[in-house]
Each structure stands twice: as C-alpha cells, then as structure tokens.
Design a protein around this ligand. Structure first.
Ligand code: NDP
Ligand code: OXD
Length: 303
C-alpha cells in the first residue's frame, strides 16, 4: 500500500519520519509519483482533478474533519475524514471562548472600550445561559460536556436525536422547540444539502429575542443578510463567526466593521500534523485488515 500526500510543506515534513518509523510507503506530491498504479491512498484537503490516474485508489483521506470540499469520488473509492482529538479540543476551546464572550457581553464592552466608556451591564451566571448546540457529533459532544461542566444549561439537536449525558437532546423534528429555549445558538453542523442555508431568517425568528449566534460549522450554512436583519431588528444581539462564505470574507463586507459581529478567520482548529499522520496510518492498516476505515464518510449523506 502506498499513500500519496498532497499538502502544505509542514505536513509533508511531519509525515515523512512517522511513515518511515511505521514502515509504510509515503509519496509526497504528485510530481514524485513514478508508478500511479502503486497509489492506494490519497491524503489531501482537495484531490487533484484527475483521480482516474490512480486506478488502484482505495480511499481518499480528508486532512480535516470536514469533507464538504471533496468532489464525488469514483465508484469504489472510500472517503474518510481525519479523526483527531486535537481538532475536537481546539474547536471546543474556540466555542468556550465565544460562548463566554457573548454570554458576558464582550462585543458591547469592546465597543465601549474603543470609546473609553466605563459602563457596566449586569453580569450573568453561566446557569442563566441556555446554550443550544446544533450538531452533536465528535465536536458538538466535546463542547457540550465542557459547557455543562461550566454550569451552562445545555441542549442539543442532531439528525438522529441520540441521547447524551447532561444534555437535553431534541429530536430532529423538534427544531422549533429547541430554538425557542436557546439564548446562545452554536452551529457545529457539517455542510450538506440539508444544512446549506439552515441559519436563515425563519430560524432566527424562532430564537428568543436577544439571542446570540456562534458559528464554527461552514459559511454556506449562514445567510449573512438574514443575520444582519435579525441584528438590526434587535432580535439577535451578537454573533461570533469562524466560518464565512466566501473565505476570506471580502474586505468591504459589512460584517467586518459591525461591532455586534466578531469574526475569526477559520482558525477554530487546524489538524495537528502528527495526529493527521497517525489517522492516515490507521486508515492504511484498516484497509489492509479489511476492517472499518476510521472516519468513514457516508458519501450519500454527505458527512
Ligand atoms: P460529526 O460527523 O462527528 O457530527 C456531525 C453532527 O451533525 C452529528 O451529530 C449529526 O447528527 C449532525 N447532523 C448532520 N446533519 C444534520 C442535519 N441535517 N440535521 C441535524 N443534525 C445533523 O462531525 P464533527 O463534530 O467532527 O464536525 C462537525 C463540523 O464542524 C465539520 O463537518 C466541519 O464543518 C466543522 N468544523 C469546523 C472547524 C473550524 O475550524 N471551524 C474545524 C473542524 C470541523 P447524528 O449524530 O444524528 O449523525
Ligand atoms: C476542518 C476545518 O474541517 O478545519 O478540519 O474546518
């Protein structure tokens, strides 16, 4: 089995010794491929257009947690996403930061601070914050556990409605009830046909007056104009976004200068190169053993 890695130089440097130690074959960059028939695995963020060049390809490994950037793969080629505790922990930390910032009125204090204005607003206990997490997968579950341990009142919503300790899970059909009890809405959903554009005017209208949005899923899930109207109407209080459509957000975009919106440039997480390499090795071993690929994506469902 041979893995072809297409990635930034830091990743290539980190993977080389790990594959050498593991005794697995690694080729870095398409230019180095002498025998395309030898390539069984491809690890990349986005594959090259000509995947037909590798007729023995068994799996494509997304070097991130998401797979929405992947094209339809040829029949018989599996798609996996990188499972890495570091990704889950980093996004959890960003979500904790955003939740605390919005719960404790940080956008307002940043604006006041820019005017040297000393004006207190009543601080709130964590337990007074009704957090609602859309998407209770690896990352949503990790964030939910930490927010619960801080004392927030945490609920979640997922496709299956699978139960989770310390979290009130709403069934997929109960989205309206979930939104009606949510002051701090956190989106950690994968981008699929079902979730594209989900954060829209209808959804915002179902949140209580003065709710806030925290978004680290994918930019195409959010209708920014609908968010702007909800902010202008005072229905939404503030938003913190790590993902936008497009990325980067154009310099002239209104959201950059709106004090109610805080934007970070898709940095909630980055895959740690070592963890990524170990995930890829696990995928190669699973292929060899005929066992289930770690992070196997249901390509029909889109996540
Ligand atoms: P998982 O696949 O582990 O979890 C996805 C969750 O979303 C599951 O709970 C799933 O429900 C739920 N879900 C999927 N579709 C729907 C739907 N139509 N309606 C309701 N719930 C749905 O993913 P991760 O937690 O690992 O990652 C989630 C996303 O976070 C990634 O796809 C990526 O877009 C984003 N991400 C962002 C990063 C950043 O830096 N900003 C970094 C890493 C990831 P069920 O449990 O029923 O299957
Ligand atoms: C990912 C991301 O999907 O960084 O890993 O968004």
């Amino acid at each position: 089995m041979t893995l072809l890695l297409i990635g930034p130089p830091e990743r290539e440097q980190a993977w080389q010794p790990i594959f050498e130690n593991a005794g697995e074959a690694l080729i870095i960059g398409e230019d180095a491929v002498q025998d395309p028939l030898s390539i069984t695995h491809l690890a990349c963020w986005q594959p090259p257009a000509e995947l037909g060049r590798y007729p023995n390809l068994k799996a494509v490994i997304s070097t991130g947690a998401g797979v929405d950037q992947m094209p339809l793969l040829p029949p018989g080629v599996a798609l996996t996403r990188t499972l890495a505790p570091g990704i889950d922990a980093m996004v959890r930390d960003w979500v904790l930061m955003a939740t605390l910032m919005l719960h404790r009125d940080m956008p307002r204090y940043l604006e006041q601070s820019a005017r040297s204005e000393w004006r207190p607003h009543p601080p709130r206990l964590a337990r007074a914050g009704r957090v609602g997490i859309m998407g209770l997968g690896r990352i949503g579950r990790t964030a939910a556990a930490s927010l619960s341990s801080l004392g927030f009142d945490v609920a979640g919503w997922s496709r299956s409605g699978r139960p989770l300790e310390n979290v009130r899970v709403y069934a997929h059909a109960d989205l309206s009830a979930f939104l009606a009890r949510t002051d701090l809405l956190i989106c950690l959903l994968p981008l699929t046909d079902e979730t594209r554009g989900l954060l829209n005017a209808d959804l915002f209208a179902k949140l209580p007056e003065g709710a806030a949005l925290i978004h680290a899923g994918r930019g195409a899930q959010l209708d920014m104009e609908a968010m702007r109207h909800a902010l202008d109407a005072g229905h939404l209080r503030a938003a913190m976004l790590d993902v936008t459509e497009p990325e980067p957000l154009p310099q002239s975009h209104w959201a950059w200068t709106d004090p109610r919106v805080i934007i970070t440039p898709h940095v909630a997480a980055q895959t740690d190169a070592t963890e990524g390499a170990h995930h890829a090795l696990a995928a190669i071993r699973a292929t060899r053993d005929g066992s289930a690929l770690p992070g196997l994506v249901d390509q029909g469902r889109g996540y």
